[in-house]
Design a protein around this ligand. Sequence first.
Ligand code: ZN
Length: 197
Amino acid sequence: MTGSVVHDLEASGRGFRAVVLADGTERMNPPSAAVYGEPADGCLVRIHSRCLYGEVFESTNCDCRWQLRQSLRIIRRRGGVLVYLDQEGRGAGLLAKAEGYRLSQEQGLDTFASYSALGYKADSRSYADAAALLKQLGLSAVQLLTNNPAKVSALEVAGIKAEMRQLVQRKPSNETLKYLTAKETYGHAILSGERPA
Ligand SMILES: [Zn+2]
C-alpha cells in the first residue's frame, strides 16, 4: 500500500504543501512534490529531475535551474504541482554525469554523445513514480510544463492525460544554448516553441 507524508511549508510569503511519497521501498530520497492550491484536473504540473550542477552549483551549462525557477514562478502564481525526482544525470547518477562532462570537454562532444560513448543510455529517467504521486493527489489530467515530448508520453502511458506547455528561455547564455541545441537534436522541443501563457 502506497501513501505519502504531507505537511505545510512556506516560500516567498506563500504557503504550500510538501508531499513525500512513502511507497515502502525505503529509498533515501523518494519522489516528492510542492503543491500550491488545491490540485485539480487540468492544473499545471512540472516534473523536475535533480541537477546538482544547475540547481546548487548554479552552473549555466544546462538549463535545469532556469526551468525549475520558471516553473515554480508559474505554479506559485497559478496553482499547481512541482514534482521533484532524485534522478541525477538523466537517471544515470552523478558520477556518470561527471564522466560525461569530462569527455564532452576533452573531445568536444555534446553530453548525449558522451553518454553514448561511455555506454550509458542517453536518458534513463522514469516517470512512473511521478505518475503515482500525481494519482495520489487525485489527478488524471495535467498541463505539463516541459519541452520534452517523452515526458508527456510517459505520463500518458501511466494513465495520466498530459498536455505540453513549453518553457522557452528567451536569452540563454552561450553554454546553455549549446546544451539546448543538443537537447533539441535529441527530441526536445526547445528553440522554436510557444511560450507558456
Ligand atoms: Zn542540469
